[in-house]
Design a protein around this ligand. Structure first.
Ligand code: GLU
Length: 499
């Protein structure tokens, strides 16, 4: 049975690249009838950020990505938070020492700094590895007695790479990745404060939690040789690895960062995040008016494609079509226009009743409480122009309140000396048709303009200016129908006065 996990460290808001990693894990698990776990990797307590774990859980709830086991869910391998599993890891560090796959190191931070400086002076970089470990203060260079004595103080456990060995990482996306052990540093696995590092905790937990596939970001590829070796050292069967390509900036090269989002005006986090230390707010997809369906769909296509031209895919379709073989090796450029396009598409697909509920909430925040049927009508009228659910107000404010200002550019271009006179005649036509009928009024206004050989564009635009305050908005007679004749007349008169 396929078992995969998403294993974030709660060090801040979840980057959208992390969301994609989890989405791919989800698609893969669902397709194979397997399980997806959410494991919180918080062994590095110095980087812990309050609220980050809850943020992660809420993000996936919003996106509709569900976990079969994990924090906030439970499961047969509880606990799923590494800080609650600290008692587990020491015995595995001990086992590695016993088997000769690891050693104790006692070098002080000062010792290491000196080595670094010495290397720097020779224009080299110091690495604690196969080549240097014999010159350092560790259980390989000290006698058993000295080692026993030093173990009373501070120490770390380091992995002991075998000499001159080719290590193979078989990656489902990248194929066979090889590296020679001479080049790798003897990573710290465990510290005398009783805490494991990421590498040990990650591998031990993946094993104990019966993970079959490790699907994670490319930034973890350099750690993979160590992980492969750890499985070998423990004599455990290694999971299969798949390292996903990076998400790149929309312009230029390099990893997509929060700064790119700020610069180009799009969120790089699923939900809005307030930094608990600085109070700084980062925007989120949810608050920016994206629908979860759109986010899932465009994220799925950043680094994967179904091998056809198909782009719009529901979660069920993504589950059916996804395959690791079709994940690309090279980075995927974030495409803002595409993201917008998907969101617009999914908004058009949403029933007006659902959109009306979203919009009703926004209106309530402005203390506007129309009947839901009325909101549904508004939604139907302006939906086509809406790219984000947050656009509804901008596109329809004039349906709820008279304009307070008139776009000066439009005034300058359209409002002429005889405009008030013409609008007065429009008022007459409007009030003469009772009960109001938008088609009849439309035809009458058009006939009046044609008979008097007036300028159609000018009159219609001035009427729009009076009702909307600008040159935007849906069909004029729909607007009149919606706000009513009385309000229309009031707005025209007011515009005549103000302009
Ligand atoms: N805790 C790591 C992270 O923050 C997990 C990497 C992995 O999936 O092995 O992404």
């Amino acid at each position: 049975m396929v078992r995969v996990r998403f294993a974030p460290s709660p060090t801040g808001p979840l980057h959208i690249g992390g969301v994609r990693t989890c989405l791919y894990n989800y698609l893969f698990a669902k397709q194979h009838g397997g399980a997806l776990l959410l494991r919180i990797e918080d062994t590095d307590q110095t980087r812990f950020v309050p609220g980050a774990e809850e943020y992660i859980v809420e993000s996936f709830k919003w996106l509709g990505i569900t976990f079969d086991e994990g924090v906030h869910v439970g499961g047969k391998h509880v606990p799923y938070k590494q800080s609650e599993r600290m008692h587990i890891y020491k015995k595995y560090a001990d086992e590695l020492i016993e088997k000769g796959w690891a050693y104790y190191a006692f070098d002080t931070p000062e010792d290491l700094e000196t080595k670094r400086k010495e290397a720097e002076a020779e224009k080299k970089t110091f690495q604690y590895d196969v080549n240097t470990r014999n010159t350092m203060c560790n259980s390989l260079t000290l006698s058993p007695e000295e080692t026993a004595e030093k173990l009373q103080g501070n120490y770390v456990v380091r992995f002991k790479y075998p000499e001159n060995t080719e290590i193979h990482v078989r990656d489902l996306i990248r194929g066979d990745v090889k590296i020679n052990s001479q080049l790798l540093d003897d990573k710290v696995l465990f510290k005398s404060d009783g805490l494991p590092t990421y590498h040990l905790a990650n591998v031990v937990d993946d094993h104990l939690m019966e993970i079959t596939h490790v699907i994670r970001g490319e930034e973890w590829l350099p750690s993979a040789p160590l992980h492969v070796m750890l499985y070998k050292a423990f004599e455990w069967q290694a999971p299969q690895f798949a390292h996903l390509p990076l998400l790149l900036k929309p312009d230029g090269n390099g990893k997509l960062s929060k700064r790119d989002g700020d610069r180009l005006g799009f969120p790089v986090f699923p939900l809005q995040w307030k930094d608990p230390n600085t109070g700084e707010i980062s925007s989120g997809y949810r608050e920016s008016g994206y629908l979860p369906e759109a986010v899932n769909n465009f994220l799925a296509l950043l680094g994967w494609n179904p091998g056809t031209e198909e782009e719009v895919m529901s979660m069920e379709q993504l589950i059916a079509r996804f395959s690791l073989e079709k994940v690309s090796k090279s980075g995927a450029k974030f495409d803002l226009d595409k993201a917008k396009w998907f969101n617009h598409y999914y908004i058009q697909q949403k029933p007006n009743t659902v959109l009306a509920e979203i919009f009703a909430q926004q209106l309530a925040e402005k203390n506007i409480h129309p009947d839901i049927e009325k909101i549904e009508k508004v939604v139907a009228l302006v939906k086509e122009r809406v790219y984000f659910t947050t656009d509804f107000w901008n596109q329809s404010a004039f349906l709820f309140q008279a304009p307070e200002t008139y776009n000066p550019e439009v005034v300058k271009k359209r409002w002429k000396e005889d405009t008030p006179l013409q609008l007065k005649q429009v008022i007459e036509i409007l009030t003469s048709v009772s009960p109001f009928d938008k088609i009849v009024v439309h035809d009458k206004v058009v006939a009046f303009i044609q008979e008097n050989q007036l300028n159609m564009g000018q009159i219609m635009n001035c009427l729009r200016l009076a009702l909307v305050g600008d040159s935007k908005g849906p069909d004029l007679f729909e607007i009149i129908d919606f706000i009513g004749v009385g309000e229309t007349v009031r707005r025209i008169e007011r515009a005549m006065e103000e302009i």
